[in-house]
Design a protein around this ligand. Structure first.
Ligand SMILES: [Zn+2]
Length: 271
């Protein structure tokens, strides 16, 4: 599932081609991807609008239109976005924006779990308010992270909770906790000041490196130019349960007990 680095990569790839483009038409192939609107009403609201900005919030790609409305793409498990000039229909296309001579923006989604929303400025304010701070923004400090770490839930669950912290999913939570030498099952509120500082550095560091690596492709993720990312070759723990820890050489463990997701960690040096 695309996390912050993957969606950031897609946004950067699409930005040059989409910025300033006018939406000439909208085709909704799978209406269930829309919420609280019909394909016809959605298309009417977008047609003729210009794309002013291509950006990202948490794990979602955001198009800001010239009427200040926002179109949000939640890629979920298998969603991807690319621009094509080909007339041939992608069998997994769920929605397309016709951008005239700029081509077609295709939302491709094999498992069709993605969501597309159009939000008014008021709707956007409520939407973004519900999401936690952006970890790659300058304003994201260790003190901000400390606020996200309240309560007795596992620290791994806390940093993946999008209301507490935006953009971190299972892969980068595994990586950040290993880098910070913190046991993923520990209670969020039980971390000391030094541990919080280490976790802050680890989260920011791993996300930055993953953006530079154009994201992690385990299965479906593709960049905005259709390529796989490269960061999967640089993961320290994710997917490596049973293999030796790169820091201490002990065997890495794999558990699903914390949040039903795969948690890979080193029982020796994450305490
Ligand atoms: Zn270790």
């Amino acid at each position: 599932m695309p996390e912050l680095p993957e969606v950031e990569t897609i946004a950067r790839d699409l930005r040059p081609g989409l910025t300033g483009a006018r939406i000439a038409g909208v085709r909704v192939h799978r209406s269930h991807i829309l919420r609280q609107t019909t394909p016809a009403a959605f298309a009417r609201a977008l047609r003729g609008r210009r794309i002013a900005l291509v950006t990202r919030r948490a794990k979602h790609l955001v198009l800001v239109l010239d009427d200040d409305a926002r179109v949000i793409f939640q890629l979920r498990m298998t969603g991807s976005l690319y621009v094509t000039d080909a007339r041939r229909r992608d069998p997994y296309s769920v929605l397309e924006l016709d951008l005239g001579d700029r081509g077609h923006l295709v939302f491709r989604d094999v498992r069709r779990l993605g969501i597309v929303l159009r939000l008014t400025p008021a709707g956007w304010a409520a939407y973004t308010e519900r999401l936690g701070p952006e970890p790659l923004e300058r304003a994201f400090t260790a003190a901000k992270l400390a606020r996200a770490l309240s309560g007795r839930l596992a620290v791994k669950k806390a940093i993946m909770d999008q209301r507490r912290l935006a953009g971190v999913g299972n892969i980068y939570a595994n990586e950040a906790l290993w880098l910070a030498c913190i046991d993923p099952s520990r209670s969020a509120a039980g971390l000391g000041e030094g541990e919080i500082a280490a976790l802050h550095r680890s989260i920011v560091g791993v996300l930055r490196r993953a953006v530079r690596g154009r994201g992690t492709t385990i299965r479906d993720y593709r960049t905005g130019t259709g390529q796989p990312g490269t960061f999967q070759g640089r993961l320290a723990v994710y997917g490596r349960g049973g293999e030796p820890c790169l820091r201490c050489g002990h065997r890495l463990a794999l558990t699903h007990a914390i949040d039903q997701r795969a948690t890979h960690f080193c029982p020796w040096c994450q305490s």
